[in-house]
Write a protein that binds this ligand. Sequence first.
Ligand code: FNR
Length: 356
Amino acid sequence: MTLRALHDAARRTLDPVHYDYVAGGAAEERVLSANERAFDRCLLLPRVLCGSETRDTTACLPGAQRAAPVIVAPTAFHRLMHPDGEGATARAAAAEGAVLVTGTAATTAVDAVVAAAREAAPDPAVWFQLYLHPRAEVTETLVRRAERAGCTALVVTVDSAVFGRHTRDLRHGFTELPPGHAAENMRDLPGAPPGSLTDIPMSAAPTWRDFGEIPRMTALPVLVKGVLHPADARLAVEHGASGVIVSNHGGRQCDAVPAALDCLPAVAEAVAGRIPVLMDGGVRRGSDIAVALALGATAVGVGRPVMWGLAADGEAGVRAVLATLRDEYDHTLALCGGRHNADLTRDMVVRGGETW
Ligand code: FNR
């Protein structure tokens, strides 16, 4: 099944309120559409007579030595998509050799997510995403839970100083999880009632110094997610980050920022190879992965496509999404004369006019 077919099947299956929760973005959804359009504008300029029968598309990532170049970006509330929830996503990602980023807003606790991943692969890479809570002890509790569960890296999301204004959710009045669902990682955290969409621990006030406490409190590599400005990418390196994820939260936060892809080259330049740079937002086909890797990403994340796969066909649907993207990417790499991801270079991406 193509990603488009999985999306259409998910749309037919889901409660329209839950469909809109995933599909939607902030405000006028300008950034949501810009993320995909940025890829439509980029074309590949292949090299010829330099290819190879076999290709190695694995990426070396923090806490994941030989990972698929596509990772599962952190998305909330998988049980709204399918009763098997994050467990199904975890088994699928592990079986496909892809890093799964599970998060604070998961409807399955992190230890159960890692256990599910281990059912599908002996040594899966599961990363845990969190926000910097105003109370440092809440942040630290989450870090310890992720460590105990067996996560191999942490992802600190920094683009959510305040909760995004999601137009479709506001229209539907969607502010509470349905009965029986909860943000399970928030259980027993001081002062955080599980179940409310707006009570995921976030803070408008954290600083780079607060971020820097996280790599100091754990031996796990810590990535920072939601960087768009190259100066912040440099600060991330200086404060001990093991990776930077260029992301505008899939167009769900500020609706006046550039497409994530358009911010990637300057961030990659600022980081200058000191730590891996990843990006997410608008990746929908294998050639999108090739474009992002050519522009300096070590790997890309996908958010909504995984949710559509999960809603359409549970674990098998998520596997189909990840396998399709990997196969399309491998095919594109072959057509561009590449053997390794690093064979894709910036000179191989050209911007095409939309009228071509
Ligand atoms: C997200 N995203 C997100 N990011 C994060 O750091 N913590 C979170 O809890 C969530 N939750 C979430 C829910 C839903 C429904 C979506 C669609 C997205 C953002 C996500 O990690 C990623 O940045 C984007 O989804 C990438 O864009 P695409 O692939 O959806 O276009």
